[in-house]
Design a protein around this ligand. Sequence first.
Ligand code: FES
Length: 198
Amino acid sequence: ANNSQGLEGFPKYKVANIKQLQGSCPVYFFAYPLTDEPCFLVDFSKLNGMTNVEFKNPYGNQFRINTNFKNIMGVGPKGSICAFSAVCVHLGCQLPAQAIVPSSNDPGLNPSSSILHCPCHGSMYQLDQGGIVVGGPAPRPLPIVLLEYDESTGDIYALGTNAPYFSEAVPRRRPRDNLIYDPRYSYSVPSNPACVRV
Ligand code: FES
């Protein structure tokens, strides 16, 4: 895979076409890298009006895995589309990114703050800052899925992730053993268009 920004060994495959993102819903779900690992595209131009999105990789200079991560850039015609895991890095609950909520205190995604709030123990991730943790017990940022956009076809590809995938330490004893994907849970990928306005 062409995965120069993240860890090696992730597959590259198509997750959506730009035409599939043409409604008003700012999120679009897909599975990556495994078929039961829910992730979502977020189009910031629809969520909070941001275009040409760019943020520092929150995982840069951490975990001694790569000290030279590039900034994360939005893709698509407006440079506004990014992607995140839909699995909370606290204890693995599935994040309800499809629930568009009026306040960041409600579980779901609040457009004005771009905060995604986990219903289980209240972790809060600010998506327009790269999924950084702004509340609750999550020990690290929400993993970003790296994307590539093919202008000629409108296809959007997943290339890898910005985050370490820890997959061997169940039961977990230390925060760093947290999984992006917990095999004890059963996840589902919401069907698209996914938005539920709460
Ligand atoms: Fe999300 Fe605990 S699993 S806050």
